[in-house]
Ligand binder design. Sequence first.
Ligand SMILES: Nc1ncnc2c1ncn2[C@@H]1O[C@H](COP(=O)(O)OP(=O)(O)O)[C@@H](O)[C@H]1O
Ligand SMILES: [Mg+2]
Length: 233
Amino acid sequence: MMELTVTGLHASHGRTPALFGVDLSITEGGSCCVLGRNGVGKTSLMNAIMGVLPTREGTVTLDGRDITRMPPWERVRLGLGYIPQERTGFAHLTVAENLRVVLETRPGAKRSDVDDVLDLFPRLKPLLKRAAGFLSGGQRQQLAIARALLTKPKILLLDEPTEGIQPSIVAEIEEAIVAFHDRDGLGILLAEQYVEMALRMAERYIVLEAGQVVSAGATAELSAEDAGKLLAI
Ligand SMILES: Nc1ncnc2c1ncn2[C@@H]1O[C@H](COP(=O)(O)OP(=O)(O)O)[C@@H](O)[C@H]1O
Ligand SMILES: [Mg+2]
């Protein structure tokens, strides 16, 4: 069982500190959501875990191994998947090509892996020949998630996957991620402002305020009153 642990993490944008001693842990098959308003440090946390934003102090470990200074691509190879807030993908390549780019980079990948992710996002099937730049926001997000899943991560980091996306597609995205979580034991770290969904999807939560964890716990143990407070974030 793979475990990702973040201990006392400090990170800055240049001279401006963004995270002040964040602790967090998540196991393969587990799930945690990171809640908090705009600007509290959710994206900085995701980027620091992936090695996109340098860590100033503290450690990130994966299965007990210190990966704090490891470059992002090695973290991906070890089993961390990432869907950044700005949805990735190549606008000029078709949907099929975007999926293939990822598939070809993973030794042992099978064509059937693509069918597998397309079954989760059937909306993408008739769009395989379309350039990704012509997709709607929701379709692009589904493509971004499909691409991340093709790397066969053990733990997937999603940064506000539902931001600016129409409700019907949000429901499909939730369903697909939960399916991977339940079926393949995919671990999930989800930054969200859509608190209701995040609490539904994740077993644990942390709340960030100004770069610090101000509360944390199990979502199942939240009283109605505490859940209400989180919903008001
Ligand atoms: N590239 C950057 N350069 C300087 N400051 C940044 C940069 N990105 C984010 N910040 C600042 O870091 C803080 C945390 O931002 P961010 O991690 O994006 O929060 P969130 O994802 O919760 O909205 C904010 O004060 C933001 O203004
Ligand atoms: Mg953000």
